[in-house]
Design a protein around this ligand. Structure first.
Ligand SMILES: [Zn+2]
Length: 296
């Protein structure tokens, strides 16, 4: 079989990077029990339940967010010894580019309390990623494609360990809950991604539309706070569950606890991760994106 020059040799499918995001956890457990589901002829498929203690405890993490532990200097810093720091180092030793089983591609499975539908997330706009995004969006027109590139997230996330990676974020779903519809949709995106990599390796990519909508991260914003650091407002009910919908100057964005509407004043944007539970501690009420029509 003739493989192309930059073929994908090893793929890692990760769930439980956040221990209370159960769609990823149960997807990986399913793949571990039924490896034939993720077996493809031209590459090796591996699975990882990334944060087993957090999964056991039903929490996002034990000491700190594992998905913020993969900065190169942190991996080399011997003084960082809490549970997730050590986990990150161990994962890097096994699957990192100088590791025992270096992986070319990571699929990292997440869920969100925000109404993100099925979002395929890239940490950069490499041509390889855009091609894959176009393919997935062609097969599944209802999905959203989100690039977190300019947020810098690509550098300290687990996905940074591979040459190429995607995240799959599905919601809205509470933490610690599975949902059959979103579980099945997650599966279908995983399989479509593996199929794409197989076609890519075989130089047999089918014809598909090379045009899609890309939502690119621009910035994140915090909730309003008082002098004690407590939040003073909630996501406005008109904005709740409106991820990927236009937010224009003058539109309501927050509602204070005493009932005052706060209007959005900046340029037209498309918010995502609106009211994500895990982002309260990260001082993030939502992320803003710009909408781009991409043709490869
Ligand atoms: Zn997550």
């Amino acid at each position: 079989m003739k493989l192309n020059n930059h073929s994908i040799n090893r793929v890692l499918i990760v769930g439980g990077t956040h221990g209370n995001e159960l769609i990823g956890v149960y997807s990986v457990k399913l793949f571990q029990q039924h490896p034939e589901l993720i077996h493809r002829a031209t590459f090796e498929s591996l699975t990882l339940l990334a944060n087993p203690q957090a999964v056991k405890a039903g929490r996002r993490y034990i000491d700190k967010d594992l998905n913020r532990c993969f900065l190169e200097e942190n991996l080399e810093d011997g003084t960082l010894v809490n549970y997730e720091d050590l986990l990150a180092k161990n994962i890097n030793h096994i699957y990192g580019q100088n590791g025992k089983y270096p992986v070319d591609f990571i699929v990292d499975l997440h869920s969100t309390t925000s109404n993100m539908g099925v979002t395929v997330l890239f940490d950069d706009d490499k041509q390889f990623n855009l091609q894959l995004a176009a393919y997935l969006n062609y097969l599944h027109p209802e999905i959203k494609i989100y690039s977190s590139g300019s947020s810098g997230r690509g550098k300290h996330g687990l996905r940074s360990r591979a040459k190429f990676a995607i995240g799959i974020e599905v919601g809205a779903i509470p933490q610690g809950v599975v949902n059959a519809d979103l579980f099945l949709k997650t599966q279908s995106i995983v399989y479509a991604t593996l199929d794409y990599l197989e076609f890519y390796n075989q130089n047999k990519l089918p014809n598909f539309s090379k045009s899609f909508t890309l939502y690119k991260y621009t910035k994140k914003i915090d909730y309003p706070h008082n002098e004690n650091g407590e939040i003073t407002a909630m996501i406005h009910p008109d904005l709740q569950f409106k991820d990927y919908e236009a937010l224009a100057p003058g539109d309501p964005i927050f509602l204070t606890f005493n009932g005052e509407t706060i209007a959005y004043t900046d340029a037209l944007t498309y918010p995502v991760f609106v009211n994500e539970a895990a982002y309260y501690e990260q001082s993030t009420a939502m992320c803003f994106t710009q909408k781009h029509q991409i043709t490869i």
